[in-house]
Design a protein around this ligand. Structure first.
Ligand code: BGC
Length: 407
């Protein structure tokens, strides 16, 4: 575990980074340590990596609003960039078994691309309701609410202007054994048709165990529905390096929520056993992706692809492994732990190579996968699913961890 002195050490280094890189550096010790260049990686290739957070300018929105980037590092050489546009994970750099670094998160390097390609939701916080709401409508406390339909007949990921398109307020975090950023957003009553003034906080932290932890909380002044998630796409061989079909997935789920042709759950739970959705035993993502299976055809009618909600066996226990994906070539692995009941495993079925990501990457079909920790899709219309109702004045919370190996 990281000691307090580790963290102090990192902040000393941050002071040096500020002086050298001209970035705004945060943390109590930053000013005092401005001439200690030796402990910061930016001071030279030989310097040791450590737990640190720094802030710099990322880009501006079309109307001139400044978007900040928070750069989190740890002593294993892992680095995570979070931007305030959509409270997104913009990049995750992790070493492989031989120390070779790669950015394993799909992202863009400017705001315009995030706006022009809104529907890919790269790395974004999704709200108010992650995934689909059937017919763009639901009833709560006897009242019917209508939402914008942005996915055929349904509402997807909170509507046309979800949390992914908002500029979030942000401030850095240093807990002593983790560094990060806290992002907040206020969503007024009636936004995208949802009831209640909603105040949302998302805290990303990185520690020296390579845990990228996302803590969500929210409070509304009226009864409402909520289902927050993060839409980061991983490619453990490196974003833009090809498809993820050889990467091996384990999803700790005996059941999934079968869908109709508009990807709305039928309301039943179905065993994965004997279907291409069985990832109880680690299985290459591409192994059964072309199977002749009606559910797969609903998810991706043309080329095959996963886009389903798995019912996690973990039952909200964040200490139990929910999912794990490994790239056999590099050895890079991501594990997911969550207190949520479900996970949407999605294999970027819409990517077709026409999108250029950060670093000039070409993002092709199956170029990444998501592990979106969530409540089941369309829960507001599905009385048998775990409830997504948030009562006025009560607190919504969620914690999800992405752990990267090797450490
Ligand atoms: C959904 C997909 C959708 C994608 C959009 C996923 O969460 O399940 O159906 O196409 O988000 O980027």
């Amino acid at each position: 575990m990281t000691s307090t002195s580790d963290s102090h050490h990192s902040l000393r280094g941050l002071g040096a980074a500020a002086a050298l890189a001209g970035t705004l550096i945060v943390g109590p010790a930053s000013a005092a340590a401005a001439n200690d260049a030796s402990t910061d990686r930016s001071a030279g290739d030989n310097a040791a990596p450590h737990l640190a957070v720094s802030e710099s300018d990322f880009d501006k929105t079309p109307n001139g609003q400044q978007i900040a980037r928070y750069h989190l590092t740890n002593r294993n050489g892992m680095a995570v960039d979070i931007i305030t546009f959509g409270a997104r994970i913009q990049s995750i750099t992790v070493p492989d078994e031989n120390g070779k670094q790669a950015d394993v998160a799909l992202g863009f390097d400017n705001v315009k691309d995030y706006i022009d390609n809104q529907s890919v939701y790269f790395g974004a916080i999704i709200g108010r309701y992650g995934n689909r709401i059937a017919g763009g409508t639901f009833k709560l406390d006897g009242k019917t609410y209508n939402l914008p339909k942005n996915n055929g007949p349904n509402t997807l990921h909170g509507g046309t202007q979800g949390f992914d398109q908002k500029v979030w307020a942000a401030s850095p975090i240093d807990t002593g054994n983790a560094v990060g950023v806290e992002l907040t957003h206020f969503s007024p009553d009636g936004t995208m048709g949802f009831p209640g003034n909603l105040a949302v906080t998302v805290r990303y932290t990185l520690d020296n165990n390579n845990d990228l932890r996302i803590r969500y909380s929210a409070v509304s002044d009226k009864d409402t529905v909520i289902n927050l998630t993060n839409h980061v796409y991983f490619n453990l061989a490196g974003a833009g390096s090809g498809d993820v079909l050889d990467q091996v997935a384990m999803i700790n789920a005996d059941q999934f929520t079968p869908i109709d042709k508009t990807l709305i759950p039928t309301g039943k739970l179905k065993p994965v056993k004997g279907t291409p959705l069985d990832f109880i035993t680690p299985t290459p993502i591409g192994k059964n992706i072309h199977a002749d299976n009606q559910q797969l055809k609903y998810a991706e009618p043309k080329q095959g692809g996963y886009d389903f909600n798995w019912v996690l066996n973990t039952k909200g226990n964040i200490d139990d492994l929910a999912a794990r994906v490994t790239d056999p070539k590099s050895g890079r692995t991501v594990e997911m732990y969550t207190d949520q009941p479900g996970v949407q495993f999605y294999t970027s079925n819409f990517l077709d190579g026409s999108l250029k990501g950060a670093h000039g990457n070409t993002l092709g079909h199956w170029g990444g996968f998501t592990l979106e920790a969530q409540h089941y899709p369309d829960s507001p219309n599905q009385p048998d699913f775990p409830s997504t109702t948030l009562k006025a004045g009560e607190k919504y919370t969620q914690t999800t961890v992405y752990r990267f190996l090797p450490e």
